[in-house]
Every structure is written in C-alpha cells, then in structure tokens.
Design a protein around this ligand. Structure first.
Ligand code: HPA
Ligand code: MG
Length: 179
C-alpha cells in the first residue's frame, strides 16, 4: 500500500480516491431525493470540508439550494476551561430554513453538537448533518448524523481535506496513521 510521511509520522492508504468518490455519489443520490423542493442551505465547515463539499455538491445538483462556508474559531474569552468555539462566516438569515451541515468527519461529536446548537439558536427549522467520515466508536455525544459516506474505525486519518498539523489536506486518497 502507498505510504506518505507527514512531519514525523507515516500514513498508509486506507480509502483510495475511487472508493471515496463512490461513497460521495451514493450520499448525493439520497440527499438529492430528500432535499428536492426544500430550498436547503448547505453550510460547509472549513477547512476540512473543502474537497468533500466540492465533490458532493456537484453531484447533489439542486437548483434551489445555496452554499455557504463557515469556520469554528477558538473563542478567546474568559472561559478558557470550556471548549467554546465561535461560529464565523455565517451571514445568512437561517430562520425557518432547512440547513444541511457538511462536515469532513464526525469523530468525538463535540464539534458537530456545538454547531447544531448554534444553528438551532439562530432559528433553523430543520437541521441535517452530512459527513463523509464517521467514527462511531469515538463518539462521546449523542448526535444524529443523517448522511454518512464511510463508517471508519477509531484511527487517526489524513487526506481528502483532513490534516495532520496542517499537512495532508491536499491528498486525494485517505490514509491511516501507521502505529
Ligand atoms: N484526522 C484528522 N482530523 C480529525 C480526525 C482525524 O482522524 N478526527 C477529527 N479531526
Ligand atoms: Mg471538520
């Protein structure tokens, strides 16, 4: 299997690009069917989502949808002990709307739970979550994920948008850390 070295660590291909693309196409078929006529707003979570969102949304191909990008920034407040993340880049009024959060990965579930809370607070009527990768064994929060590309073991991965300390995002395949 093909290997790459990123900084001090070795990674081995675990999901080749054609397997990812097939999973993304399957998701897109389901999403298109579900979301037709709902005028959804796709809220894509940077940085990790960039490759997945591009491939997914080309396939979903709805004409009554909008696409926006957000980021979760570490909150420089007084509550340094709490992992509060500020949602930045959401300029749309989402009151009463169908919002589809597009994530690269749901791991512990803390990030997605936080996002769902913030999107709920802003008045979205219906929130769906689409994630390329899902680690059920890593989940520590009770969250519902509506569309999943690949269920994966609880190993550290990189590629196709996901990074190890800033590197690996641009790789077209997904690699797993070699212990
Ligand atoms: N790799 C990279 N980024 C991540 C992961 C992972 O396995 N889980 C959550 N963020
Ligand atoms: Mg992410």
């Amino acid at each position: 299997m093909k290997r790459v070295k990123l900084w001090d660590k070795e990674f081995e291909v675990s999901y080749p690009n054609q397997q990812i693309v097939a999973a993304v196409k399957d998701m897109a078929v389901k999403m298109k069917k579900d979301l037709e006529g709902k005028e959804p707003l796709f809220l894509c979570v940077l940085n990790g989502c960039f490759m997945f969102a591009a491939d997914l949304l080309k396939e979903v191909e709805l004409t009554d949808a909008e696409v926006s990008f957000v980021k979760l920034a570490s909150y420089e407040g007084t509550q340094t002990t709490e992992n509060i993340k500020q949602l930045i880049g959401l300029n749309e009024d989402i009151k009463g709307r169908t919002v589809v959060i597009v994530e690269d990965i749901v791991d512990s579930g803390f990030t997605i739970a936080n996002l769902i809370d913030q999107v709920t607070e802003r008045g979205a009527a219906d929130i769906k979550v689409a994630t390329l990768l899902y680690k059920p064994k890593a989940l520590k929060k009770d969250v519902t994920v509506d569309y999943v590309g690949l269920e994966i073991p609880n190993d550290f991965i990189v590629g196709y948008g996901l990074d190890y300390d800033g590197r690996g995002r641009n790789l077209k395949d997904i690699y797993t850390l070699v212990p």
